[in-house]
Each structure stands twice: as structure tokens, then as C-alpha cells.
Ligand binder design. Structure first.
Ligand code: DC
Length: 223
């Protein structure tokens, strides 16, 4: 571990792989602070859309990002954009779509990357996202890349949204595929595994088993 700060654990991977559940449990187990960066892209997307910004217009988005003020509530994990919490709509399907679009845009990534670095630089964090080990904290003490087949992830996502009867398994599978293509295919900080990350396939494991595996990697490295 570098310097005197606490450890920085980066957890990356595609949608529906179980990153949030695993990262939250891992942080509890190791007495670290859990930070979910996907919810920051979601909050930014909602804030920009609510302000009437056309998120497909690069100039308008750049202007919005240059004026935006962000803060983070460590007790709830909410990101406040211009003082407003978007927690009520943060997990909506539509919000995920907007976040996936906005997260490909450079000014949005720049503003959120520096925000994430400022939150995590003192260490003692488990930070989850798509580019934490590659871009946000390339010197993280441990980098974990969670993965699972498309089928496994689509099944998990479908189970999460079964309350919404209009959402068929096929809809969920198609949306996931689109999201994956956008997240991995974008020019700015695409989803990819860092060369020095530990790859964990979560397909056959429950969340506690994934956490056990990560904890043993961390202990082996004496982090
Ligand atoms: O993990 P999530 O579904 O809440 O993330 C929402 C979107 O934000 C997703 O399409 C990818 C994007 N994202 C990103 O580009 N970089 C991150 N560090 C976290 C999320």
C-alpha cells in the first residue's frame, strides 16, 4: 500500500454482474467506505435532463458540466447535483439508459473522474464502476474485475425487475446487450479489465463467495 493512506479497492465490470452487492459486502467486511460511481452518472443524467439540457448536444453538455456543483453524502451514498438528491429515481430503467448515454461524453467523465478521485484519494474505500482500476485509480491497491456470461447477467437483471410486468426477459436481455456495447465501445474510458486486475467470474458463485475470494486475494497481497 502506498504512503499512509488506507487501501483503495477498485471493483469494475459490466452491468448485472453483481458489483454493487459484492462491493457493499466487501466494504462492510473490511471496514472500508463503499462508493458507487454508477449512481453518480445516473444522478448527473437526471440533473441534466431535468434542467432541460439536450444530453445529445456536446456543446450544451460541456457548458452544463462547467457550471455544475457536486457533493457526496457519505451517510446515504447519494450524489447531490447542485444540492439536489436524485435518489428517488436513481435505479429506474430509464435513468440507466440516460446514464449510459451521458457516460460516453468527455466533459461528464472529466467532471466525475475528478470528483471520484477527490472522494477516494485518502483511501479506505471500495469504489465500484467501469473504469476505476483503469482511469480513476490506476494505482489502486487491488483491482477486481467481476464478469459473468450475458445469459447469467440478463437472468439476474430480469429477476430484479420482475415487479414490472411489461418488462419481458427478452427486453431485459436486449437492453443489457445495448448497454454493454455502449459501455465497452465508447472512446472515453471504455469498460475494460485493467492488466493487473484479478478476474472473477461470478456466474457460479453467490455474493458471499465472491467476497470470500476477493478477501483472500487482498490478504495474500498483505494490503
Ligand atoms: O453501474 P450502473 O448501471 O449504475 O451505471 C450506470 C451507467 O454509468 C452505465 O451505463 C455505465 C456508466 N458508468 C461509467 O461509465 N463509469 C463508471 N465508473 C460507472 C458507471
Amino acid at each position: 500500500m502506498s504512503g499512509k493512506r488506507g487501501p483503495i479497492i477498485a471493483v469494475d465490470g459490466p452491468s448485472g454482474v453483481g458489483k454493487s452487492t459484492v462491493s457493499r459486502l466487501l466494504a462492510l467486511r473490511l471496514h472500508l467506505t463503499y462508493i458507487n460511481t454508477g449512481s453518480m452518472y445516473r444522478a448527473m443524467a437526471l440533473a441534466a435532463a431535468d434542467s432541460g439540457v439536450d444530453i445529445t448536444n456536446d456543446e450544451a453538455l460541456k457548458d452544463y458540466c462547467s457550471r455544475v456543483s457536486l457533493s457526496y453524502d457519505f451517510s446515504t451514498g447519494d450524489t447531490l447535483v447542485n444540492g439536489v438528491s436524485y435518489s428517488g429515481r436513481i435505479r429506474d430503467q430509464r435513468t440507466g439508459e440516460l446514464a449510459s448515454i451521458i457516460s460516453a461524453k468527455k466533459p461528464v467523465r472529466e467532471v466525475l473522474t475528478s470528483f471520484q478521485r477527490a472522494l477516494g484519494e485518502r483511501g479506505s474505500v471500495v469504489m465500484e464502476g467501469r473504469d476505476i482500476g483503469t482511469v480513476v485509480f490506476p494505482d489502486a491497491d487491488a483491482k477486481i474485475f467481476l464478469d459473468a456470461s450475458h445469459e447469467v447477467r440478463a437472468k439476474r437483471r430480469h429477476e430484479e425487475v420482475t415487479s414490472c410486468a411489461s418488462h419481458t426477459a427478452n427486453d431485459v436481455s436486449d437492453e443489457l446487450r445495448k448497454r454493454d456495447e455502449r459501455d465497452a465501445g465508447r472512446k472515453n474510458a471504455p469498460l475494460k479489465m485493467a492488466e493487473d486486475a484479478v478476474y472473477v467470474d461470478t456466474g457460479e458463485l453467490n455474493a458471499e463467495e465472491v467476497v470470500d475470494r476477493i478477501v483472500s486475494v487482498i490478504k495474500d497481497r498483505k494490503i
